[in-house]
Design a protein around this ligand. Structure first.
Ligand code: PRT
Ligand code: ZN
Length: 293
């Protein structure tokens, strides 16, 4: 009997870093999005059991190329890598982890005022494309030495007068007698996509993005519960934004109410102080797991 070939439903192919600084946060984000992947530490590929997605484990440097070539539909990768590789991919969403900055650094005793310091000097970096663009924008000509690792030792061994490298805490620079002179790029992990996703995959991406955005919003917000005397309610409510407006419930004790709301992490402490000053008591703050708005 002739078999009718079933049209396979599409899967979204996602590339993430195989190992390194972005690996665990990438897996965690998927998990927070409710996507369980069989652990494929020593594998190239893993499948999700509950979302049409296939995860490829790759070196971060290769991810932009794979996404441009549609070997992967989307990828999680640092903006620093995206801009350095300069491939044809679209940056769709910042992911909120892997934060760092790409900075110029010089010996601690040098006085760096601006990019003109670099004129005629030797700069060691793993980011020649970004550095060249920076020099061009600043009308400075300098010699770029591309090296792939341990860039921070270059000035100490006389290989360069300055370096351009990723910095997070700054301790690597400090330990090598260097200081951060100028930040040229703020970076974090981003979701990139192939420029020509078909409609079915674009729809899957929208579903994934909806989940990622809900996870990110939840992380930036806290749920707050407090008790307020009724004569102070108006003032207290005016301090609280809430998703629509705060929920107010009467307490068993006459003259008191319980107020529930959502606060943004950024103005959190300031609002708590104002709430206390306005007469709020028994303030409880709890994390939000997902936030669908
Ligand atoms: O094997 P693969 O090629 O995939 O990994 P990799 O070794 O190229 O990259 P990896 O895992 O080191 O970093 C992956 C991504 O993490 C980078 O592309 C950045 O987007 C992001 N990231 C965030 C960082 C840092 N913070 C960071 N601090 N990447 C590197 N560093 C290094 C930096 O190069 C320097 O050597 O950490 C040192 C500085 O750190 P501090 O804390 O001393 O300032
Ligand atoms: Zn790499």
């Amino acid at each position: 009997m002739k078999q009718v070939k079933q049209e396979e439903s599409p899967k979204l192919k996602l590339a993430i870093q195989k190992s390194g600084r972005l690996h665990e946060d990438s897996i965690r984000l998927l998990k927070e999005c409710g996507i369980d992947i069989s652990n494929g530490v020593n594998k190239l590929k893993a499948e999700a059991s509950n979302f049409p997605i296939e995860v490829y484990f790759l070196r971060d440097d290769d991810i932009p190329q794979y996404v441009e070539d549609a070997v992967a539909d989307i990828g999680f990768v640092g903006e620093n890598v995206v801009y350095e590789k300069n491939k044809k991919v679209n940056v769709v969403e910042k992911l909120g982890f892997g934060k760092c900055r790409l900075s110029m650094a010089v010996r601690r005793n040098e006085s760096y005022q601006d990019a003109s310091f670099l004129s005629g000097k030797r700069i060691a970096t793993s980011y020649p494309v970004i550095v060249e663009k920076f020099l061009k924008e600043n009308g400075v000509s300098a010699e770029i030495h591309e090296i792939s690792g341990s860039v921070e030792i270059a000035p100490g061994i006389g290989l360069a007068d300055a370096i351009c490298d990723l910095v997070s805490s700054g301790s690597t620079l400090f330990m090598n007698g260097l200081k951060e002179a100028e930040t040229i790029l703020q970076s974090q992990a981003v979701l990139v996509k192939n420029e020509n996703l078909d409609a079915a995959r674009q729809q899957l991406l929208q579903r994934l993005l909806f989940r990622i955005q809900s996870v990110k919003k939840a992380k930036n917000n806290k749920y707050i519960l407090l008790n307020a005397p009724n004569d102070k309610l108006k003032e207290i409510i005016s301090l609280l934004p809430g998703m629509k407006s705060p929920t107010v419930l009467p307490l068993a004790e006459p003259g008191w109410s319980s107020v529930h709301s959502v606060l943004n992490e950024n103005d959190f402490w300031e609002i708590i102080e104002q709430l206390k000053a306005a007469g709020a008591q028994g303030i409880l703050v709890v994390p939000i797991e997902k936030m669908i708005v």
